[in-house]
Design a protein around this ligand. Structure first.
Ligand code: FMN
Length: 226
């Protein structure tokens, strides 16, 4: 089992919960291979459209994006974590995720995505956490992954050390529950009906796609269109 965790920061409460999840998965599945990346300081997408039109290797930030994108393609489980900043996901995580637009279902979804499980993690001081885990879940959906879990907590604290012990115990229970589900489902997850229907609809669009020939060719090469 391969897991990739993309952290917004290598510190903080959200990161602490992500580590808790990785530890628990590692305990349940001792052979699990865990790759971790941190996107703090990631350069924003410049909006050049070159990934769509000329290939992802022409992105000005390809050197930074490629290792993480490859690890995601090779993983069974993808963990994305972001603190809640002004009711939304961190700028660093958004900057990274924008670079994966070429892998969205309407473009060049990777064939390996169909069995992947995503876990979205966030914490907030007070409010906004549901919106963040929902936004991260939308990324898993866009990447056409099979199954998603959300771990979002309002921790009422500025740092992990100050979190009320009862709340920490509740978080630990939720994390353990999610880890058990992830391990049980790993390799067996299947896309939901809505996403399958959407991909079926897009295959018609791709047959006529002359605006991004690379996307058209990708669908052809993968045998999804004639
Ligand atoms: C720039 C910034 C924006 C924040 N925005 C919100 C917010 O909109 N709502 C909220 O309840 N807490 C907000 N917080 C508090 C954080 O969500 C909270 O402390 C969170 O647990 C931080 O996670 P971290 O320790 O993983 O960085 C904000 C904190 C920062 C630094």
């Amino acid at each position: 089992m391969k897991i990739v965790a993309v952290h917004s920061r290598f510190t903080g409460s959200t990161h602490a919960i992500a580590l808790m999840l990785l530890d628990e998965i590692g305990r349940l599945e001792p052979g699990a291979q865990i790759d971790e990346f941190c996107v703090a300081g990631f350069k924003p997408c410049v909006g050049c459209f070159s990934c769509f039109a000329n290939g992802e290797d022409t992105c000005p930030h390809y050197a930074e994006v490629h290792p993480i994108a490859t690890a995601i393609e090779q993983a069974d489980v993808v963990v994305l974590d972001s603190p809640t900043y002004v009711m939304g996901i961190s700028g660093a995580m958004k900057s990274f995720l924008d670079h994966l637009a070429y892998r969205w279902f309407a473009h060049r979804p990777h064939p390996s995505m169909g069995k992947k499980i995503g876990v979205a993690i966030s914490t907030t001081g007070g409010s906004g956490v549901r919106g963040v885990t929902k936004a991260l879940k939308a990324q898993f959906f866009g990447l056409s992954m099979a199954k998603y879990y959300r771990l979002g907590f309002s921790i009422m604290a500025f740092n992990w050390g100050d979190v009320n012990p009862k709340k920490k115990a509740r978080i630990e229970r939720a994390v353990r529950r999610t880890a058990r589900r992830v391990v049980a489902l790993s390799g067996k997850a299947k896309r939901g009906l809505f996403l399958r229907l959407l991909l079926w609809g897009i295959h018609f669009m791709q047959q006529k796609n002359d605006w991004f020939p690379l996307d058209h060719q990708w669908w052809k090469d993968n045998g999804w269109i004639k």
